[in-house]
Design a protein around this ligand. Structure first.
Ligand code: XIL
Length: 319
């Protein structure tokens, strides 16, 4: 039957995957599947600050450039991930802040330069940028970070303004996890987006990571959540979908996983605001899950041998 990508093309939607650049270079099956099944790609790590500027003023663009070139050669769009985050920052930056050698004014300039340099480098080649990632806590308060501590909450609006100046055509996104449904955290994003847009700050999208776990159940009010962002005139996207489980795998868990993938996809396609659905890796061979969530895994639509799980067929049927 037709590939995921063919079905997505016919439906006029983006089906994406996070891409592991080492796997893309070394694993032919991985490379072939990325091109066959996906019309959108996101760098799993290659565009993060610690990757692109490992030493102060010393950039390494090679892996990110390679992904952008691969995407162009394969007719895919690119989601840029991510410009401002509390995690995967370069050591020179976190050390500089910790020892006081980088103060408030300098940090603001460093952030502006980082955003401007990276967004300009890929100007015209990135469809959507995750400008700020994971800025709220579960209770809807702003997350503690070097950005909040030194720059105050205005760093968020500044980041969007700087990104927009560097590439006015890229759609600029907020992005976080545990925000699929209506809850305190997604409501904090809703209120933030409403306020920023009223102030004329260029924020155009809300990215829902979609890292689910079957043992926690399926989130409530996903359609309502997408609808309220759509009503603000914003785009929405599922940006990092995976559905993990406590190992070992069995048929019941796989069926539940398939239904969770399908329900997220259905929610996206059922909302006018949502035309982009990205999985955080398509094979368990390279999934981040087992390394981070002890005893859990099997989170992607294909097993370690690229065998299609019920989840893969559920995505096909949903497209
Ligand atoms: C993860 C990657 O998958 C891992 O390879 C890396 O070690 C840590 O980051 N939310 C995000 C992603 O926005 O950038 C994270 O990606 C997963 C959670």
């Amino acid at each position: 039957g037709p590939s995921l990508r063919t079905l997505a093309d016919r439906a006029g939607v983006r089906i994406g995957t996070a891409v592991d650049m080492t796997a893309l270079a070394d694993d032919r099956t991985y490379r072939r599947t990325t091109g066959r099944d996906y019309n959108s790609v996101t760098a799993e790590n290659a565009m993060k600050w610690e990757s692109v500027e490992p030493e102060r003023g010393v950039h390494d663009w090679k892996p990110a450039d390679d992904l952008v070139r691969y995407a162009r050669a394969h007719g895919q769009v690119v989601r840029g991930h991510t410009l401002v985050w509390h995690s995967q920052l370069p050591v020179w930056l976190t050390d500089g802040v910790a020892d006081g050698s980088i103060g408030r004014a300098e940090l603001r300039k460093i952030l502006r330069d980082h955003i401007t340099t990276e967004v300009k480098r890929y100007k015209g080649k990135i469809q959507q940028w995750d400008v700020v990632n994971e800025v709220f806590e579960e209770d809807g308060s702003l997350r503690d970070s070097i950005w909040l501590r030194l720059l105050g909450p205005s760093y968020i609006a500044d980041a969007f303004r700087w990104a927009h100046a560097a590439d006015p055509k890229a759609k600029l996104f907020l992005n976080d996890y545990n925000v699929e449904g209506v809850n305190a955290k997604s409501t904090a994003y809703y209120e933030l987006a409403k306020r920023l847009r009223a102030e004329g700050v260029p924020v155009q999208g809300f990215g829902i990571q979609g890292h689910l776990a079957i043992q926690y159940g399926f989130p409530g009010q996903v359609a309502e959540n997408l609808a309220r962002f759509g009503a603000l005139g914003m785009q929405t996207a599922f940006t990092e979908v995976d559905v993990r489980m406590i190992l070992p795998v069995d048929e019941t868990k796989q069926a539940t996983q398939a239904s969770y993938y399908r329900r997220l996809l259905d929610a996206c396609l059922g909302a006018r605001s949502c035309r982009s659905f990205t999985v955080w890796g398509f094979t368990d061979k390279y999934s981040w899950v087992p390394g981070v969530f002890e005893g859990q895994g099997s989170a992607t639509p294909m097993d370690e041998a690229y065998g299609r799980k019920p989840a893969y067929e559920a995505l096909r049927e949903g497209l």
